[in-house]
Design a protein around this ligand. Sequence first.
Ligand SMILES: Cc1ncc(COP(=O)(O)O)c(C=O)c1O
Length: 394
Amino acid sequence: MTVAKKIEDTLSRSSWIRRMFEEGAELKRIHGPENVYDFSLGNPNLAPPPRFREVLRELVATDRDDSHAYMPNTGYPSACAAVAGFVDREQGVALEGSDVILTCGAAGALNIAFKALLDPGDEVLTPVPCFVEYGFYADNHGGVLRTVPSRADFQLDLEAMRAAIGPRTKIVLINSPNNPTGAVYGAESLKALGGLLREKQRELNRTIYLISDEPYRKVVYDGIQVPSLFASYPESVLATSYSKDISIPGERIGFVAVNPQAAHRKKLIAGMALANRILGFVNAPALMQRAIERLQGEHADIDAYRRKRELLCDGLAAMGYRFVKPAGTFYLFPQSPIPDDVEFVQALKAERVLVVPGSGFHGPGHFRIAFCVEDSVIRNAMGKFERAIRKYTK
Ligand SMILES: Cc1ncc(COP(=O)(O)O)c(C=O)c1O
């Protein structure tokens, strides 16, 4: 054996999303891509906003010899300042460029935060269903992911959270708008969570950080606004990216911002800057830093995702599928018509519809549909969804 035992084990348990993606590639090879309805990946299908390409052209035209050099590990100060200026307004809390570190996507943001905060055996608590990579990220840095149930409507269950917090809890990680459920936590809920964490900090005599993973913050519908994290709790860190809202996941650009009221803010920023370097990211991609400096507030055509959501939700509801309509993201997380979600996902696969079992997100009994696809894929898949549910219901 050549690879490490832990990697060997992880490879053999390989993520459901990847597995569906690989099986999908095989189905497409056999039947042709137009005959496979692939809802497995959260890869935004909308084009980036037109301004993105304009900015890239401007940047290339004004390229200088030092445009591709190293810069501070936290990022270009002017880019950090532009991000801080935008987050300041969004969060309603005064922020400076020095409160921000530019990262390689939200994944890079979470990894540097975990690296800077976790001692071996420290726990990261997260409500489930959740993004499956969280467990790997915690483990990367000696931490342990502990899952906490959510309410039936996928909102925060504060009593479950209260029961889960213990002497090893270092981080409570939330993700709103949520992958895979599409749930958005309201301001009252965040405030109550902040209150609970304050109480637990006093009781356990230990700092507990609240990290909010928010790459879908701008992908929300019906006028919903994602409330301010920083207003809810001082020891908080925002981790996010431009992957989903500007449709540039391959460009690997995101950031962490630390609440200016956090007690150990300077040390935490220094720790994460060091982590950015020693994890091998060094810094976020230079060209993208300069791009996002000029793109604050831009986003892809979110209304197109809203229309896809309507098309999918109306169609599936009429067939008898049961779900909580997502308030944000481009995911729908319906109940499986049978308890075994993996079996139902196989039934859909037999119709050449690819989705991911809820078990892959610590949410068994459900399945995830990523509707960031062409409208025609949704329309053409409707009959297939119907045939699959009819196998199990009258
Ligand atoms: C909830 C959540 N967090 C983090 C990420 C990673 O985002 P990025 O590609 O910006 O690293 C994803 C990607 O799908 C996600 O869904």
